[in-house]
Design a protein around this ligand. Structure first.
Ligand code: ACO
Length: 430
């Protein structure tokens, strides 16, 4: 192997590929000419060794447990920043100065209402519809209402679409919640900050005043920061793949929401809380640890393990702190689920199975307890994740659309079905 080349031997022929270095992190072997030169594809189900794009947005070092947005550690953003500032950072690449921040906040704030006709979409759903099902449908429907921001070739329209989604997602999420519980929709309030406005739209009712607790609003804001982006995860890759065909941004984000819903991804916080409730008490933990380790039992400890983090998920640490702050503010001294969670973490972190496989708590392990304490039912957890991740999806989508080397995403396959065979008329089939 030459210094910046990787050599690959196949059928006695050697092929050389360029090695590309990133700013930090592993280098990549550029195999884009492999098929042309060798007639072979690479095979990497689940993309465990495949970089699908170049990106300047988010960096994760899974071994160290590091997460950087545009170079800034997540801990610093969570401690000192706020969500809209983080949105600006992800979208534009730099932290805003005061004037830029005020302008951005203003632009997001004045896009929070949705087209009045869109509210009728909600009543088409059954009351017992999962709020994520409502999100997939209604976010996709945005493209039917905002035609003036669907031309992806126009940078101005791309930015308007981006702001619209960051601004309207809390409104749509709150409406999905209100519809689900049978309460009237609450309009956005432009005098409130992003997180406070969201809590207000979720928990206010027309018949009485609702005062947003600033400690809880700050916790909500921090939860949004923690979920804002996570480089090329399944839902982000879905957004990029959908967008690579030139699909409009609203449709792409709806695709991302659909992917996020799965229990191995954004649905894990709901699944983690359900699991903690099912365990119920500390004395039942050994039974569940044994099940998680049993190869013949499909049960997994939800909120544990991560494709990239082979160390403590840095977001989980901040989330655990936030959990304590929220429970403290609400005067919840004993939460049996928190007791189960802390004990489960303690046991799992000293158990050989989890230690050897480097299975640490991920962000979802504590987020469910916090969100429940904030007043959200479990089926809203993934909706909140989608709300916060929208900015990451958009930043990644914009980066892709603005990359001149961008082409439609088209993975190849290893075909293992029948070779060519002849059609059999129906009366001759067995
Ligand atoms: N409980 C028990 N065993 C586990 C767990 C778990 N939570 N996670 C992984 N393992 C085991 C697997 O059984 C496997 O064991 P083996 O090597 O003996 O077969 C090994 O650890 C590796 O697991 P994979 O599934 O190959 O790892 P992968 O990187 O594909 O999966 C995932 C990562 C999906 C997150 C997995 O750890 C999991 O299912 N966790 C629970 C769901 C969860 O919390 N998801 C949230 C992810 S974070 C997010 O989306 C915000």
């Amino acid at each position: 192997m030459a210094d910046n080349k990787a050599e690959f031997q196949a059928g006695g022929v050697s092929h050389n590929f360029n090695i590309k270095d990133g700013a930090i992190g592993p280098s990549v072997v550029d195999i884009s000419s492999l098929y042309k030169n060798s007639g072979m594809f690479t095979y990497d189900p689940g993309f465990t060794s495949t970089a699908s794009c170049e990106s300047k947005i988010t960096y994760i070092d899974g071994d160290q447990g590091t997460l950087l947005y545009r170079g800034f550690p997540i801990e610093q953003l969570a401690d000192h920043g706020d969500f809209l500032e983080t949105c600006y950072l992800l979208l534009y690449g730099e932290l805003p100065n005061k004037v830029e921040k005020d302008d951005f906040v203003n632009r997001v704030t004045y896009h929070t209402m949705i087209h009045e006709q869109m509210s009728r979409f909600f009543s088409g759903f059954r009351r017992d519809a999962h709020p994520m099902a409502i999100m997939v449908g209604t976010v996709g429907a945005l493209s039917a209402f905002y035609h003036d921001s669907t031309d992806i070739a126009d940078p101005h329209q791309r930015m308007i679409a981006s702001l619209r989604m960051i601004a309207k997602m809390p409104t749509i999420a709150a409406m999905a919640y209100k519809y689900h519980i049978g309460q009237p929709f609450v309009y956005p309030r432009n005098d409130l900050d992003y997180a406070s406005n969201f809590l207000h739209m979720c928990f206010a009712v027309p018949c009485e005043e609702y005062k947003v607790n600033p400690v809880l609003a700050r916790a909500m804001d921090r939860i949004f920061i923690l979920h804002a982006d996570h480089e090329q995860n399944a839902s982000t890759s879905t957004v990029r793949l959908a967008g690579s065909s030139g699909a409009n941004p609203f449709a792409c984000i709806a695709a991302g929401i659909a992917c996020l819903w799965g229990p191995a991804h954004g649905g894990a916080n709901e699944a983690a809380l359900n699991m903690l409730s099912e365990i119920g008490s500390v004395d039942r933990i050994p039974e569940y640890i044994a099940r998680a380790k049993d190869k013949n039992d499909p049960f997994r400890l939800m909120g544990f393990g991560h494709r990239v983090y082979k160390n403590y998920d840095p977001r989980a640490r901040i989330m655990q702190k936030t959990t304590h702050e929220v429970l403290g503010e609400l005067g919840i001294k004993d939460d049996p689920l928190l007791d189960v969670a802390m004990e489960l973490e303690k046991i799992a972190r000293s158990d050989e199975y989890f230690v050897e496989k480097k299975l640490y708590p991920n962000i979802d392990f504590y987020s469910g307890i916090t969100l429940r304490a904030l007043g959200f039912p479990t089926n809203m957890f993934t909706v909140l994740f989608a709300l916060a991740r929208t900015v990451g999806w958009i930043a990644q989508w914009k980066e892709m659309v603005e990359d001149p080397s961008q082409r439609i995403g088209r993975p190849r396959q290893l075909y293992t079905g029948y070779p060519e065979r002849d059609y059999t008329p129906i009366d001759q089939r067995r």
